[in-house]
Design a protein around this ligand. Structure first.
Ligand SMILES: C[S@@+](CC[C@H](N)C(=O)[O-])C[C@H]1O[C@@H](n2cnc3c(N)ncnc32)[C@H](O)[C@@H]1O
Length: 190
């Protein structure tokens, strides 16, 4: 199969961008799958900041990292990603968002367009040139379409002199399949 599925493609983008020793962000920790993946990419000398508004998600992520002996490479923050500039002062090389709700948990706790946009704006400041923000956009749930539309409007308005924005999407899949928005920083923002 030549066309990578959405999740493997998101991982490929991160793998191609992140180097050992980097600082990176998991904006939606959930059960910690991406947080663990990022700790493997940055290695013992790097660091992962992971955010989630649900204490349950932070606990699940803590457990996953502990079992893999990676807990000391990460800071897990029980707060919204829209506040990430309160916690991160260093340059980051990559960030991942998995939008929507935490599978197996409360489906009413979902990411929202306005806070997602605020997090992207902060990340665009913190991101190094050549760094990348990857959003996996799930939009089939209540409120998902509104979030998708508002994020698309926002990223389509970003200047191409500073960032390149990609959409990676299967056009003939049924039932609102997830798709990727990737934002690569080309130049320091003014
Ligand atoms: C699709 S799940 C993430 C799945 C995760 N990547 C994993 O590997 O399990 C989305 C997560 O975003 C969290 N979330 C919702 N609003 C948020 C916000 N403003 N800031 C940070 N996390 C948020 C939810 O609590 C939920 O755990």
């Amino acid at each position: 199969m030549k066309l990578k599925r959405v999740l493997p493609y998101a991982k490929q983008l991160l793998t191609e961008t992140v180097e050992s020793g980097d600082i990176v962000v998991d904006a939606t920790a959930g059960n910690g799958h991406d947080t663990l993946f990022l700790t493997e990419l940055v290695g013992a000398h790097g660091h992962v900041y992971a955010f989630d508004v649900q204490a349950e998600a932070i606990l699940a992520t803590t457990k996953r990292l502990k079992e893999a002996n990676k807990l000391e490479i990460a800071t897990l923050i029980n707060d919204g990603h829209e506040n990430l500039n309160l916690y991160i002062k260093q340059e980051v090389s990559a960030a991942i968002f998995n939008l929507g709700y935490l599978p197996g948990s409360n489906h009413e706790i979902v990411t929202r367009g306005e806070s997602t946009q605020r997090a992207i704006e902060s990340l665009l400041q913190l991101l190094k040139v050549g760094g990348i923000i990857v959003l996996v956009v799930y939009h089939g749930h209540a409120g998902g379409k509104e979030e998708k539309d508002s994020i698309l409007r926002f990223v389509q308005g970003l200047s191409q002199s500073f960032v390149h924005v990609l959409s990676y999407q299967f056009l003939n899949q049924q039932n609102d399949p997830p798709f990727i928005i990737a934002i690569e920083k080309m130049k320091q923002l003014q």
